[in-house]
Write a protein that binds this ligand. Sequence first.
Ligand code: COA
Length: 151
Amino acid sequence: MTEQLKFSMPTVFQLNKIEKVCFGKDAWTVNNLIGEFQNEFSQMFGEVADGTLVGYVCVRVMYEEAQICNIAVLPEYRRQGIATRLLAVVADFAATQGCERCELEVNTANTPTVELYKKCGYEIVGTRPNFYRRSKRFATRDAYTMVKKLT
Ligand SMILES: CC(C)(COP(=O)(O)OP(=O)(O)OC[C@H]1O[C@@H](n2cnc3c(N)ncnc32)[C@H](O)[C@@H]1OP(=O)(O)O)[C@@H](O)C(=O)NCCC(=O)NCCS
């Protein structure tokens, strides 16, 4: 089940667990996550299975654009369509907020995520060299900019 997440510390700790498992040393901290809940532009949607959060997506709605900041699914729940569902919910939400497009940056070496976005209707519109200050997970710090038009 996919739901819009509201702030609570148990939710923050579940998100932090997903972050640590999925991103290791690049994970968002508890404070980063609390900051997202406090950010008036930011919304998070989560997938609940077996009574706990198993995946989530964070999106910042900035006028005509929805910027996807993060998406992650616990390894044992992957390839079941959860991220696809989360992105569909984000696209619907962004459209209801009047956005014209969803946009994101993704590491050029993060093949699973690039393929996910392509499958969900996103196109590569550019490459940003050294976009990431650091990347412990990938050999490159370069990012693709990917866009999905909503209108
Ligand atoms: C990327 C991620 C969110 C995908 O989650 P998921 O729930 O497994 O994705 P889905 O099941 O919806 O997959 C949809 C499509 O994405 C592509 N895809 C997903 N994982 C893939 C992989 N390991 N290799 C190649 N393509 C992949 C496929 O096209 C897939 O469709 P298919 O299963 O019919 O072939 C997940 O792998 C993850 O959490 N990765 C680590 C975190 C991360 O790097 N996040 C992005 C940076 S913010």
